[in-house]
Design a protein around this ligand. Structure first.
Ligand code: SAM
Length: 219
C-alpha cells in the first residue's frame, strides 16, 4: 500500500495559520487542535488531506467536520476546565478529542453503532479517560448525567430539540447548527435565571442531518 507523505507537525502549523486568518483567536482552542492528531481520525488513503481545512468522508455517509468549524464551535462554547460537556454526533471522535483537551468530562452520543464503536476504540487507544460514550438518539440528550455546562450538536437540526434546552445547566451554553437539510446557521443559546437567550452566528455551515425523534425523521 502506498501511504501518502505527510509531516503532521508542519501540516498542523499551516492549518493553525489558516484558522487564525479565518478569525479563530482563542489560543486554547488553537492549542487543542494542535494537540489532536487529525490524521489518526481519517482513513489512511486520506492522510495527505488530513490537515486541509475541509470536511472528509469517514464512512456510512458521514463526515469528520471541517477544522475551522470545529475550532469555531469550540471557541463559541467558551469552555471552562471544570465544565461538563454533552456532544451529540461523535462521528470520528475528532471534535470529542478537541473538547476533551480542556474540559472535565465529555459525554458523547452517536447513533451509528459501527462509527461510534470505532471512534470509542480510537479515543481509548489514544489515552482519553475523560470521555463517556453511548450509542443512541442524541436528540433526547442524556438525562442521567444532566445538567450540562456546555452542549454541542455536530449534525444539522431542523429546530433545537426541547430535551437539550432542558438539560442545559443555568449559566450553560449550547452551540447547534439549525436550518434545512442542505444549509444551516450556527445558533448559540445561553441560559440564565431569566431563561434562554439565542444569538445567530454570521455565515452558514453545512452539516449532515441530525436524525432522531426530535430531529429529521430519516436519512
Ligand atoms: N464532529 C464529528 C467529527 O469531528 O468527526 C463529525 C460529526 S458528523 C458531521 C455528524 C454525526 O452525527 C454523524 O456521525 C451522525 O451519525 C451523527 N448523528 C446524526 N443524528 C444523530 C443523533 N440523533 N444522535 C447521535 N448522533 C447523530
Amino acid at each position: 500500500m502506498n501511504i501518502p507523505y505527510l509531516n503532521p507537525h508542519i501540516a498542523v502549523e499551516r492549518l493553525i495559520k489558516q484558522l487564525r486568518a479565518k478569525g479563530i483567536t482563542s489560543e486554547e482552542v488553537l492549542n487543542a487542535l494542535r494537540n489532536v492528531p487529525r490524521h489518526l481520525f481519517v482513513d489512511g488513503a486520506m492522510y495527505a488531506q488530513a490537515y486541509d481545512d475541509n470536511a472528509l468522508p469517514i464512512g456510512g455517509g458521514q463526515t469528520i467536520s471541517q477544522p475551522y468549524v470545529v475550532a469555531l464551535m469550540t471557541q463559541l462554547l467558551d469552555i471552562d476546565k471544570d465544565d461538563k460537556i454533552l456532544e451529540i454526533g461523535t462521528g470520528s471522535g475528532y471534535q470529542t478529542a478537541v473538547l476533551a483537551q480542556f474540559s472535565r468530562r465529555v459525554y458523547t452520543i452517536e447513533r451509528n453503532r459501527d462509527l461510534g464503536e470505532a471512534s470509542l476504540k480510537r479515543l481509548r487507544e489514544m489515552g482519553y479517560v475523560n470521555i463517556v460514550f453511548k450509542i443512541g438518539d442524541g436528540t433526547r440528550g442524556w438525562v442521567q448525567h444532566a445538567p450540562y455546562d456546555r452542549i454541542i450538536v455536530t449534525a444539522g437540526a431542523p429546530a433545537v430539540p426541547a430535551e437539550l434546552g432542558a438539560q442545559l445547566a443555568e449559566n450553560g451554553r449550547m452551540v447547534i447548527p439549525v436550518g434545512d437539510r442542505s444549509f444551516q446557521q450556527l445558533e448559540v443559546y445561553t441560559k440564565d435565571k431569566s431563561g434562554i437567550k439565542k444569538s445567530i452566528v454570521d455565515g452558514g455551515v453545512v452539516f449532515v442531518p441530525l436524525i432522531g425523534e426530535s430531529g429529521w425523521k430519516n436519512s
